[in-house]
Ligand binder design. Structure first.
Ligand code: CS2
Length: 487
């Protein structure tokens, strides 16, 4: 089968929607760091809808870790397809908004030169939680992080996102240019403020004048939402059958998509509101709602679902005990912590339960379980803190945390190893090796991870005792039985 390229595009199956502009006339106004599946199914689609009217806002995407996206898409002229799937069927669309891809591991200088060009006015980010090289409990830059140590020693050949951002800003400063706007699209609390703190601290470590310039940078917060599981070979085959062309790396997603953007772009922005994004004064209530409701539920389902033997989210939410747990977690424990006048939170919850149940998306619990140390604070622990402060119960949220601890021990309920992916996995191994299968020392060991739990939660005796009880039950009775008991 021929490969998807600008030349073969005309032969794609006529039912396929495709970009509606002259790609020869588009120019990059956005540089995006972290061009993974999520970005390609989310921001790049919104931009694809804009380019016919606003050709100056195309995207050049960069990968900071691996060359694989560039290797897959460059032979396709950076065209790729987005396959939307749910119970009502599937639809394929070809996206043209990626004007170029840079492999930052070998082309760092090309990336920095581009970021320093006046025509680039936005640098956006989906580098995942760990890409911020920060301490998740406090939100401050981790100055001992190996990539940060490297980037401060060799600032003109950076590896990390903060390193690239600050070096590019330094070049703009020296050239007498205005800064670009930095738009975080990661699932972090107040992601704009978090990015600002980290980039500001990195700049301060480089020098005073640079730090002063970085203070003039705008960091709008955003809330992003679209479920995008990792692409599989079966997805590639499905796309090829629909297109009549081979696409080396399509992305598969749901119909739902949401993007809420804080309106703070002094260097200019595309009219995102004309293509379905919500441009608002204050994003934080939306972010908190999404992180606590969607992602908090997702992580809880991922750990407990994995332990109970569910490979996919749709199977986990199809398990009535887990569904009851997630329904109760959102209704009883999360919704009361959210202050969202005018938002139908029960409707939002019900829509989430439907989205999780989408049988056409094969979203692995193992995928969501990744990087728990970076995710737990904003997904579960912040809510627990609010519940403790209000003197209210949080058993279901605590079960999510205990599920994470059980998962992080690295052995499943059959005694088989779990492939735990997390920047702190070596510390999990040491904790599990020392504590064995005894809940009390395990909880003590995990709560000792201050980067995750801060200093307040480990000192709360009721929180600790609840975790010990739940983890003991997970170890002795297993996830399925324990989930059924927590009300
Ligand atoms: C998921 C998210 O992998 C994960 O941790 O919870 O990627 C989730 O699918 C997105 O935030 C949905 O918008």
């Amino acid at each position: 089968m021929p490969r998807l390229t600008p030349e073969t595009l005309a032969s794609a199956s006529p039912s396929t929607r495709r970009y509606a502009y002259d790609r020869g006339a588009i120019a990059p106004g956005i540089v995006h760091l972290g061009i993974g599946a999520f970005h390609r199914a989310h921001q790049a689609v919104y931009v694809d809808d804009l380019l016919a009217q606003h050709p100056e806002w195309a995207i050049v995407g960069a990968s900071l870790r691996r060359p694989d996206t560039k290797e897959a898409l460059e032979p396709q002229g950076n065209l790729y397809s987005v396959l939307v799937r749910d119970t009502s069927g599937s639809a394929c669309r070809i996206i043209g908004s990626i004007a170029g891809i840079i492999d930052a591991t070998t082309e760092g200088e090309t990336l920095l030169e581009l970021m320093a060009r006046p025509s680039v006015r936005i640098v956006s980010l989906t580098v995942t939680e760990k890409g911020y090289c920060h301490d998740p409990a406090t939100g401050h830059l981790d100055l001992a992080h190996p990539d940060i140590v490297h980037d401060l020693a060799y600032p003109s050949t950076p590896r990390s996102a903060p390193g690239f951002l600050v070096e590019a800003l330094e070049r703009r400063r020296r050239a007498g240019l205005a800064p670009f706007t930095i738009m975080s699209c990661d699932n972090l609390p107040s992601n704009g403020r978090t990015a600002q703190r980290i980039v500001g601290e990195f700049a301060a470590a480089r020098g005073r004048e640079l730090a002063a310039y970085v203070e003039t940078v705008a960091f709008p917060s955003t809330m992003v939402d679209r479920i995008v599981p990792a692409t599989t070979d079966a997805d590639r085959e499905a796309v090829a059958a629909m297109l009549g062309l081979d696409d080396a790396w399509p992305v598969v997603t749901e119909a739902f998509s949401q993007w809420v953007i804080e309106d703070h772009f002094p260097a200019g922005r595309p009219p995102f509101e004309t293509v379905g994004a919500q441009v608002v004064e204050d994003v934080e209530p939306f972010e908190r709602m999404k992180l606590r409701m969607l992602n908090g539920s997702h992580s809880t389902l991922a750990y407990l679902g994995y332990l109970a033997g569910h490979q996919y989210v749709a199977d986990a939410i199809g398990d009535s005990a887990l569904r009851d747990l997630i329904f109760g977690l959102m209704t009883e424990e999360v919704m009361p912590t959210l202050d969202m006048p005018g938002t139908d939170l029960a409707g939002y919850r019900d829509a989430l339960l439907d989205r999780f149940a989408n049988p056409a998306l094969r979203h692995r619990t193992w995928q969501i379980a990744m990087d728990g140390s970076q995710k737990l604070p904003q997904r579960l622990l912040g809510t627990i803190r609010d519940r403790i402060a209000a003197g209210q119960s949080y058993d279901r949220l605590a079960l999510g945390v205990a599920g994470w601890m059980r998962y992080a021990t690295g052995t499943d309920e059959k005694g088989d190893p779990i492939d735990v992916r997390d920047p702190m996995v070596d510390r999990f191994r040491a904790i599990a090796a020392e504590a064995g299968r005894d809940a009390e020392p395990l909880v003590g060991g995990f709560l000792g991870l201050r980067e995750v739990f801060g200093t307040d939660l480990p000192d709360d005796p009721a929180f600790r005792a609840l975790l010990v009880r739940l983890l003991a039950s997970l170890l002795e009775q297993g996830a399925a039985a324990t989930v059924g008991q927590v009300k």
